[in-house]
Write a protein that binds this ligand. Structure first.
Ligand SMILES: C[S@@+](CC[C@H](N)C(=O)[O-])C[C@H]1O[C@@H](n2cnc3c(N)ncnc32)[C@H](O)[C@@H]1O
Length: 243
């Protein structure tokens, strides 16, 4: 069972601060390296629309964690300014080390809460969130806040875990995700609670049609739902309706 509200936010911060040091390795192992490709696809969708005036653009990655999606945004649009925001100072510390090693990257990191983004309205050409939205106790409030800070006509791109549509693969994947992964992850990382949380929060996430309806309610249109890697993750894309 996942606690709700401020208690969930506290739990999430504790968990991610604890696993920051082995988060990237666990990601690569659990996804057999696919996670970097998912983030590249997300970054491409967020940056394909040319910002006005020939600018390289300004992009925000919410719940940036160790910064892989923020760095992918910078690579997808060289010269763009990228901001990565996260609750966990420990995750941001790992992101800062990676940004320092990444040449030509204009990434700044901000500690903050997705529900209270410290930016004015329409401040970014695109906003992304990768494997972060399911950690937000109120999905609609999180979507509204991301929509507020993207410019009209800009995209909000959400990458999230997802249940495969094919019933056979869904059953096999369910076995891996709900039984094998929680047993394997503590052996790799020494941390059982965190990976049980990954399973519980994925089971708790609304089905695609319901989530798309929330995106529409938050002020996004031209909605796209794109399952990736046999539907084990999905990309949700929305465009802020111009006023
Ligand atoms: C599963 S990690 C995803 C990290 C990264 N986006 C990625 O693609 O690997 C979830 C991240 O969401 C952050 N987070 C959870 N709730 C948040 C909130 N309310 N505001 C900002 N960050 C939050 C956590 O600290 C954690 O770093």
């Amino acid at each position: 069972m996942i606690p709700r509200g401020a208690e969930q936010t506290r739990l999430v911060e504790t968990i991610f601060s604890r696993i920051a040091g082995h988060y990237d390795l666990a990601n690569r192992l659990m996804t057999v390296g696919h996670d970097l490709w998912w983030r590249r696809v997300t970054a491409r969708w967020a940056t394909t629309l040319q910002p006005a005036g020939g600018r390289a653009g300004r992009y925000l990655d919410v719940a940036t964690g160790t910064g892989d999606l923020a760095l992918a945004l910078g690579r997808a649009r060289p010269g763009a300014e990228v901001v990565g925001l996260d609750l966990s100072q420990a995750m941001l510390g790992v992101a800062a080390d990676k940004a320092a090693r990444s040449q030509g990257c204009r990434l700044s990191l901000v500690q903050g809460d997705a529900f209270y983004l410290p930016f004015p309205d329409d401040a970014f050409d695109g906003v992304t969130i990768g494997f972060g939205v399911r950690n937000l106790p109120d999905h609609l409030a999180g979507l509204r806040e991301m929509t507020r800070v993207v410019r009209p006509g800009g995209r909000v791109c959400i990458l999230e875990t997802h249940w495969p549509g094919n019933p056979f693969f869904r059953a096999v994947y369910g076995l891996y995700f709900c039984r094998v992964l929680p047993a394997l992850a503590p052996l790799l990382t020494g941390d059982a609670e965190s990976y049980q949380y990954l399973v519980d929060s994925t089971l708790d996430f609304p089905p695609a049609q319901k989530f798309l309806a929330l995106m529409a309610e938050a002020g996004l249109s031209r909605l796209i739902h794109r399952p990736l890697t046999m539907g084990t993750v999905a990309l949700y894309i929305g465009t802020k309706t111009p006023r």
